[in-house]
Design a protein around this ligand. Structure first.
Ligand code: NDP
Ligand code: 8X3
Length: 257
């Protein structure tokens, strides 16, 4: 195992769910944690917690990954001590709606494609050249089992996560000959704000998604991310798929009652 101590880990979407748990786990491991999301007040709160609990070195800034100029300028404007990012966790992402394709909302499609695909590309492009120049770096993308299988109503979300899968594999090819590593972590059902966002704030519908089974927790995913990031430099974990024990596929889930 290689220590994450003093490594700079940049996590997009650190204001909630998996990103938030990842920030916490990295801080616990002694990493320096750089956090971005749109909800600044949540990042400030989390940063204060991590400082108090782990005496962590943290820095946060507001970022909408869909805005390319903003992504570029925010990363270029990082304080000098925060620019040498070692590990990029491309976590910011969302689903919107579960409609049949021919009934889907254009706004939902745009938001998913702009965030999950284009946002991931914009952030990657802003960070990876520095990693190459410094001769070290690890890109960890949050994919999904939705990138491996489709399910009814998943259409555009699944397509964005299939794109994340393709981009992860393509990036690994493009970086061959450099010391950089590229990983995709692809969970099944994780209880976060994901379903609340998918159903546009309908909490009752969101809670039904996890009824009758024990879903993964954000901490479960964060531990996998820490594991991938802390392998010795010659080890590249390409892809990790993890689901709740009761979930056999994107469409086959065993629920009690
Ligand atoms: P949450 O809704 O809890 O968290 C999503 C995070 O993404 C938030 O911090 C949100 O921050 C951020 N985000 C969304 N849009 C943007 C944006 N335009 N710019 C910057 N940040 C943004 O969901 P999860 O933690 O579950 O999701 C994290 C990742 O994990 C996503 O990529 C998701 O697709 C993936 N995933 C989730 C699974 C699940 O079952 N929960 C399973 C498989 C993969 P803010 O709103 O403050 O900007
Ligand atoms: C989230 C998992 O199955 O709800 O990516 O699409 S799923």
């Amino acid at each position: 195992m290689e220590s994450l101590r003093d490594r700079i880990v940049f996590i997009t979407g650190a204001s909630s769910g998996i990103g938030r748990a990842c920030a916490r786990a990295c801080a616990r491991e002694g990493a320096r944690v750089l956090m971005a999301a749109r909800r600044l007040e949540r990042l400030a709160e989390l940063g204060a917690e991590l400082k108090a609990e782990y005496r962590a070195d943290v820095h946060h800034f507001a970022l909408d990954v869909r805005r390319q100029p903003e992504v570029e300028s925010a990363l270029a404007a990082l304080p000098p001590g925060w620019q040498a990012i070692d590990i990029l966790v491309n976590n910011a992402g969302l689903s919107r709606g579960l409609d049949k394709l021919h009934e889907g909302l254009l706004g939902d499609w745009e938001e998913m494609i702009d965030t999950n695909v284009k946002g991931l590309l914009y952030v990657s492009k802003a960070v990876i050249p520095g990693m190459i120049a410094r001769g070290r770096g690890h890109v960890i993308n949050l994919g999904s089992i939705a990138g491996h299988e489709v399910y009814p109503g998943g259409n555009v979300y699944c397509a964005t996560k299939a794109a994340v899968n393709a981009l992860t594999r393509a990036l690994r090819l493009d970086l061959v000959g450099t010391p950089l590593r590229v990983t995709t972590v692809d969970p099944g059902m994780v209880e976060t704000e994901f379903s609340l966002v998918r159903f546009h704030g309908d909490a009752r519908r969101a809670s039904k998604v996890y009824q009758g089974l024990q879903p993964l927790t954000p901490d479960d995913i964060a531990e996998v991310i820490v594991f991938c990031a802390s392998r010795p430099g010659h080890v590249n974990i390409g892809e990790v798929i993890l689901t709740p024990q009761a979930q056999a596929s994107a469409t086959l889930v065993h629920r009690k009652n």
